[in-house]
Design a protein around this ligand. Sequence first.
Ligand code: FAD
Ligand code: FES
Length: 353
Amino acid sequence: MAKFIPLTVTDINRTTADAVSVRLAPADGSTLPFTQGQYLTFRQEIDGVELRRAYSISAGVTDGTLEVGIKKVRGGAFSTWANENLKVGDTIEALSPMGTFHTPLSPDARHHYIGFAIGSGITPVLSILRSTLAVEPHSRFTLIYANRSARDVMFREELEDLKNENLTRLNIVHILKNDPTGIDLFTGRIDAEKLDAMFAQWVDVETVDAAFICGPESATETIADRLAHHGMDRDAIKYELFAAAQQGKLPQTAIRDDTATSTTATIIVDGTAQDVDVAPGETILTAALRAGLDAPYACKAGVCSTCMCKVIEGDAEMITNHALEDYEVARGMVLSCQALPTGDSITVEYLDH
Ligand SMILES: Cc1cc2nc3c(=O)[nH]c(=O)nc-3n(C[C@H](O)[C@H](O)[C@H](O)COP(=O)(O)OP(=O)(O)OC[C@H]3O[C@@H](n4cnc5c(N)ncnc54)[C@H](O)[C@@H]3O)c2cc1C
Ligand code: FES
């Protein structure tokens, strides 16, 4: 099920003092198709521990390469390793690209898109931006990109080149928290007041067909709220989280009353079913991995959707869900890293993404 593909590092660039952009190609010479805004789940053993981490693809769909941008997180195992140890010629394994942070592109479309990126949240937004400009020659894009200071702007040169090549179709607004930009609106933190002023003076939200937001959860929520307040349909607002700041809305204790008994879960991976006992309070993913099943996962935090499976029989409730859309939940999909069975038995199937 969790089929990892060896990728060769073909190029590495230091895009800021604490972030690298990494180009990759399948080691067997094939190509790895992806949709703009998707992410790769890497698997790497560091200090004897297998880590899995998701990184959004920053390349456009017509660029003919895979590229990710990895920002070093203080004390972070994988991001520090990637920034300090990864080199050209290395092989690193990844699952096929996943994620639903995109809308369909069409060469005939005449759309106005807006992207909001905060810090390393630029990576999927850059992929969407690059792909849109390449595939939709009549569409235009406004990018609002917030960083602590000018030194922290990832992919700065690439963005300048894109702007120069698409003067009439691309508008980039940098917002810097610490560096004065000369314009109050573009200095400081993105908050509701700043967004309202921006939508009054710079961006007419009524002209926007779809919005893509990637950043910390609180800022993402504020941006989505203000866009909706200024008239955008919630369905046209897509967002991607790299980490969740808080637990979901369902308190774990309210999920199951009969916590004294375990559940028998029939877990189907690669078409083969196996019965596994799920202990009270244990997630389906934890039980599957404990039983030695090759179930896919990455963040284990309800953020990435790599562990998604379908409930065929029975019920499960998620502790938190930052990845699945309402229509996916309505179809019976759950994040197995967050899913607690609610009855005596359940059958779930991991489907190929
Ligand atoms: C869909 C998706 C896409 C993503 N795309 C990108 C991307 O394009 N670019 C990008 O840079 N990131 C991206 N991320 C985030 C990325 O997956 C990692 O979460 C991030 O790089 C940190 O991983 P790490 O192994 O370096 O840190 P971890 O080792 O997981 O540590 C994370 C934090 O926890 C702290 N910590 C770790 N262990 C402990 C402990 N025992 N006690 C207390 N604190 C601890 C660390 O100090 C650090 O601050 C994405 C995430 C998702 C879900
Ligand atoms: S492993 Fe990321 S949502 Fe479950």
